[in-house]
Design a protein around this ligand. Sequence first.
Ligand SMILES: [Zn+2]
Ligand SMILES: [Zn+2]
Length: 124
Amino acid sequence: MIRNSRQRDAIRAAIANAGRPLLPQEIHKLAQQTAPKLGIATVYRNLQALQETGEINQVMIPGDSPRFELAQQPHHHHFKCTQCGEVTTLYACPGKLAELAPEGYQMHSHELTLYGYCGECADT
Ligand SMILES: [Zn+2]
Ligand SMILES: [Zn+2]
């Protein structure tokens, strides 16, 4: 099982070092730098296991495949580049969104995704 845990460490490190939500294919490519024999099926299996242990979260952007990020993070949102598809983490929040809820409703959480161009795509 040593080989398996090394592969899981590579997957975990790829997600942690990215600092933004990654697609399984991106995780695969990054983790292969430290675990060259890593297969995509193993990536999927470990993503499942890491979700079950609560180490990572699934990030769903409507219309996209699930991405994955570390679970232990402060409140944050995401920015998606509609040109290259990169999703970045934003640690800013407009707050006070509960004020938008209709009279008598109680908001308990919110999700927010910004769309536009990343720095690289905005330049071109
Ligand atoms: Zn971009
Ligand atoms: Zn927020």
